[in-house]
Write a protein that binds this ligand. Structure first.
Ligand code: GRF
Length: 220
């Protein structure tokens, strides 16, 4: 059981399938973490919107294509309206304008399908194959000005097998994502990991079960 001081207000930003969104919502519900999901916001019509509504979470599209130049301002207004404690970027395919969003960066957490700082950006699984790398994985990190560069909260890795393709890697890494993203959110909200300047630490005085279960790096 995680003990919290308050009920946390969480917003999830998505762009696609929404499997990380589902793992976050279901984990919070399964373990009765005191989290209120304010809304799921997408920058385009996508599967995740219907999936969120099926889970009884309000969902809205701030349509990037239709809004054009005003998209980022509209998105900022929408986020500020909700006033969340934490914003989970769960497959949100937008590079946020630092001039507008920098004050919110510290409350944003992103999932990235590689072992950062390796393979920032897109097409990570294919690039891992192309570069003959032997270990791959996923990273949960805070957001900062540089794309995929913020302080790392948690990582998990798998070996890359000779038989792996970009599709098999995508499947295996997604399993890691579904594990470490909700876990990191729980750890951050409950204060079991704390950020000092640009480094996340696991708190020394947290319960033994948490010390055993939350690692900053998992090898699977
Ligand atoms: C995930 O692989 C995530 O790491 C990346 O985009 C994908 C989103 O998948 N940023 P889903 O929408 O959560 O299923």
């Amino acid at each position: 059981m995680i003990h919290y001081l308050k009920k946390y207000r969480v917003l999830i930003l998505v762009s696609g399938r929404g499997s990380n969104m589902i793992s976050i919502i279901e984990t919070c519900r399964r373990f009765e973490w005191p989290v209120t999901f304010l809304s799921v916001i997408s920058d385009r019509p996508c599967e995740a919107i219907a999936k969120a509504r099926n889970l009884s979470i309000p969902a809205e599209v701030v349509n990037r294509e239709k809004l054009g130049k005003t998209f980022q301002t509209e998105l900022l207004n929408k986020i500020n309206y909700h006033n969340p404690d934490l914003i989970a970027l769960a497959g949100f395919m937008v590079i946020l304008d630092a001039n507008l969003f920098s004050e919110l960066f510290d409350s944003m957490i992103n999932i990235h399908p590689s072992l950062l700082p390796m393979f920032k950006g897109l097409n990570t699984h294919q690039r891992v194959i192309d570069e003959n790398v032997s270990v791959h994985g996923a990273t949960v990190h805070s957001v900062s000005q540089g794309v995929d560069e913020g302080p790392i909260i948690c990582q998990a890795s798998i070996p890359v097998m000779p038989s792996d393709t970009k599709d098999t890697l995508a499947k295996k890494v997604l399993v890691l994502e579904h594990f470490i993203f909700p876990l990191s959110i729980g750890a951050v909200l409950s204060g079991k990991v704390i950020r000092e300047e640009n480094v996340w630490h696991r708190k020394d005085n947290c319960e033994p079960w948490f010390k055993e279960n939350f690692k900053l790096f998992y090898e699977i």
